[in-house]
Design a protein around this ligand. Structure first.
Ligand code: GLU
Length: 291
């Protein structure tokens, strides 16, 4: 089977160092295995989107020598596919309408389990949740090894269509990874916790489960994840060499002696990319402090 990987940014701001690492890790892995690398823009959350962010992210990726091998998929244009998947899940009895708010669920540790707690006569708008069975989903992550999570007790019934009418990330990502024939998902470890939900949805919808490789998460000096919402410093397109060296170093590669060109750094990155660099043991030492 031909390897197909992807990078799936949300256009909530410019690319920051953490998303550069995720993009580069997925790109190197695909190139090292002579596979295909795709970009999918996850523009499914209009209130969080920043105008111009999509163009900015794509231009930054291009400046780093990373371009999608096939036409870019935009989630905002895939609503019909999400409608169809949602309908199948509804028809099979896995989905229910729910008016419970975060505040309603606070006394239950934030988990929705079985019965709704919002008053039945509520006039509040509804979200749509997938029933989380008492089922442990396990998978072997390529860097982290065996992972397991009980959907019922660890996650609870989860939203697949939001009350504003938009589809939730968990459903859209599963539909699109299947649509694009993704064989392995390389992404940051912040999404590790979402993986069992996605595997469950893949099984309900009859999709193949890809392999998973979660990358060390880039954190700041206080141990917090860097995120676009926190205004982590954007990666500058003007000086890609130093950012690329830093991202390769973060992925466990020594680029001393590699000439200061994008092509040379990427070629060395492909040649030296290996899973041993990414083992869990080295994770706690990896820090990136944005200036
Ligand atoms: N769009 C998600 C993000 O930017 C990533 C989704 C994924 O890689 O599964 O965090």
């Amino acid at each position: 089977m031909t390897y197909r990987g992807r990078f799936a940014p949300s256009p909530t701001g410019p690319l920051h160092f953490g998303s550069l690492v995720a993009a580069l890790g997925s790109w190197l892995r695909a190139r090292a295995l002579n596979g295909t690398w795709l970009v999918r823009v996850e523009d499914l959350d209009p209130p969080r989107e920043v105008p111009g962010a999509t163009a900015d992210i794509l231009a930054t990726l291009a400046a780093f020598g990373m371009e999608s091998d096939e036409p870019i998929v935009f989630q905002s244009q895939r609503i019909a596919a999400y409608n169809a998947a949602f309908q199948r899940l509804c028809d099979a009895g896995h989905v229910f309408a729910c008016a419970c708010s975060r505040v309603d669920l606070e006394p239950l540790g934030g988990l929705h389990r079985h019965a709704c707690v919002a008053p039945a006569d509520t006039s509040r708008a509804c979200a749509w949740r997938l029933r989380a069975p008492d089922l442990t989903i396990s998978f072997d992550d390529l860097t982290l090894g065996r992972q397991a999570q009980n959907l019922g007790s660890d996650v609870g019934d989860f939203v697949i269509k939001r009350l504003e009418g938009w589809y939730a990330y968990q459903l859209a990502v599963v539909v699109d990874d299947a649509f694009q024939g993704i064989t392995e998902i390389v992404r940051g470890a912040d999404l590790l916790d979402s993986t069992p939900r996605q595997i469950h949805l893949q099984r309900l919808l009859g999709f193949a489960t890809p392999a998973y490789l979660h990358l060390p998460l880039v954190v700041d000096a206080t141990g917090q994840k860097l995120s676009k919402q926190d205004h982590a410093r954007p990666v500058g397109r003007g000086e890609p060499i130093s950012a690329l060296r830093a991202a390769l170093a973060f992925l466990g590669q020594d680029t001393r002696g590699v000439p200061a060109s994008i092509d040379a750094l990427l070629a060395a990155g492909i040649a030296n990319f290996n899973l041993a660099c990414l083992t869990r043991a080295s994770w706690p030492n990896r820090r990136h402090e944005p200036n």
